[in-house]
Design a protein around this ligand. Structure first.
Ligand code: GDP
Length: 455
């Protein structure tokens, strides 16, 4: 391995927050304003992600970002917002995203999914910036032509505080209640220990360049060492999604966070049973200039280096699972890589008991998040698996001795048709939801109700 092959990769960014607080709009704005402000090449669409190069960020953020101060190449945004996708996206036991934006509607403050997102960010130790969104809808907002938007607040006396100021200070207070030292980003000296709050509007775009500038500064100052990779090294990535693609069968949408993947490489992929060993048949990326979100048109590429999103076509990928690791076999034996993939999957294995509920979730990350939430609520788990609810799950849940444990908790999964029949004929109860805390709450209420009726 020569030093020359070492280089700094793009930090990977995820967007989290409560539903309707503006995650999708913010991502759209970042992509949209990058496109309208810059020339061709302002952004690059990847599979599942968008790369915004440093030049584009500095064009948008003006004096906030001087390209000469940075050697990181830009930012790669994961296109699917939400903590669900965030927890799915793991890399070597940690989070795949290096850094995150927590979006909070200033009018609405902390909501259950904000709390959940913070739990996950704290657990994974992911640095983040708070986008205090929708400032345009709050009385007290003085639109300014150019960011930074700081002049709208700084120096206002307490008596002159507007509703917006109140909301923003309340938000800072809520962050303090969660043991974060938080402040407006222009007052934060050390972003490693303090959370910067950026008032913004995903609708008008105000504050958006400031968010990019803060993210860029944060990564440059505190993450550079982690961004150093061997560009010729064996590629490592995480499966975002397993998708059927016409002409290719099951394919993997993958974010590559280390090394390089080439056509023809042997790869090991985490699966629902034994890891899959297969050979890369094709690497696909969206055609340049293909419109965002329009049915993707692909072109083949010979290789992809980190950090990037790519679609991998290869034989035998049916049993691959979202959230699972993908590793290229190069420089090491196949067995060694298989052992590593297994070890990574085993980290997520859930502590199961002899008596408890059955848990099904759509990805490894969400299964882990479910298991954590249940453990906190002191709900024992009999079995936990990734996948839709199958007849076997109903049978397993039916073996629980306690009535309250004859239960399946399904997170973001479907019930297979024959399992539906089994459920109807059994005394097993199903709770399904796509919000973890609601699922736990529903189950708790059910148990309470049952205890009351037995008294
Ligand atoms: P998500 O569920 O967090 O992804 O939220 P969306 O991005 O879908 O936004 C929810 C709603 O809020 C949509 O109707 C958006 O148009 C609106 N919205 C998002 N950001 C802003 C903003 O900054 N200002 C205003 N006025 N509306 C916004």
């Amino acid at each position: 391995m020569s030093d020359q092959a070492n280089s700094l990769r793009t930090p990977i960014v995820a967007v989290l927050g409560h539903v309707d607080h503006g995650k999708t709009s913010l991502l759209d704005k970042i992509r949209g304003s990058a496109v309208s402000d810059g020339e061709a090449g302002a952004i690059t669409q990847h599979i599942g992600a968008t790369a915004v190069p440093l030049e584009t960020i500095s064009e948008m953020a003006g004096s906030l970002v001087q390209p000469t101060d940075f050697d990181l190449p830009g930012l790669l945004f994961i296109d699917t917002p939400g903590h669900h996708s965030f927890s799915t996206l793991r890399a070597r036991g940690g989070a795949l995203a290096d850094i995150a934006i927590l979006v909070v509607d200033v009018n609405d403050g902390f909501q259950p999914q904000t709390e959940e997102a913070i739990d996950i960010l704290q657990r994974t130790g992911t640095p983040f910036v708070v986008a205090a969104n929708k400032v345009d809808t709050t009385p007290g907002w003085n639109p300014v032509e150019d960011s930074p938007i700081k002049p709208s607040y700084d120096g206002q006396s307490d008596s002159a505080r507007s509703r917006l100021d109140e909301n923003l200070y309340e938000l800072i207070g809520q962050l303090s209640d969660r043991d974060f030292s938080a402040d407006f980003y222009w007052r934060v000296q050390n972003f490693q220990n303090n959370i910067g709050v950026v008032p913004c509007s995903a609708l008008t775009g105000e504050g958006v360049p400031d968010i990019l500038a803060v993210l860029m500064g944060l990564s440059q100052r505190f993450m550079k060492a982690e961004m150093e990779i061997d560009v010729e090294g064996p590629g490592e990535g995480t499966v975002l999604e397993v998708k059927d693609q016409q002409g290719f069968g099951a394919t993997l949408d993958v974010v590559v966070y280390d090394g390089i993947i080439r056509e023809g490489d042997t790869i090991v992929v985490g699966a629902s049973d034994e890891p899959i060993v297969t050979e890369v048949r094709a690497l696909l990326q969206p055609r340049p200039n293909a419109e965002i979100r329009v049915e993707k048109r692909f072109e083949r590429v010979e290789s992809v280096g980190a950090a990037a999103g790519v679609k991998i076509a290869a034989p035998d990928l049916d049993k691959a699972i979202a959230g699972a690791p993908v590793r290229v076999v190069r420089d090491r034996s196949e067995d060694e890589v298989i052992a590593e993939v297994k070890a990574e999957l085993a980290e997520i294995e859930v502590d199961t008991q002899e008596e408890g509920v059955v848990v099904k979730a759509d990805t490894l990350g969400s299964l882990e998040a479910m298991a954590n939430a249940l453990e906190e609520a002191e709900i024992p788990i009999l079995r936990a698996e990734v996948g839709d609810i199958a007849p076997r799950d109903v049978a397993v849940a039916g073996t629980a001795r306690e009535v309250e444990n004859k239960t399946i908790l399904g997170f973001n999964v479907d019930v297979l048709p024959n399992a539906e029949r089994e459920l109807e004929q059994s005394d097993v109860r199903l709770f399904d939801d796509d919000v973890i805390y609601q699922l736990v709450e529903e189950y708790d209420e059910y148990v309470e109700e049952m205890k009351r009726s037995q008294q």
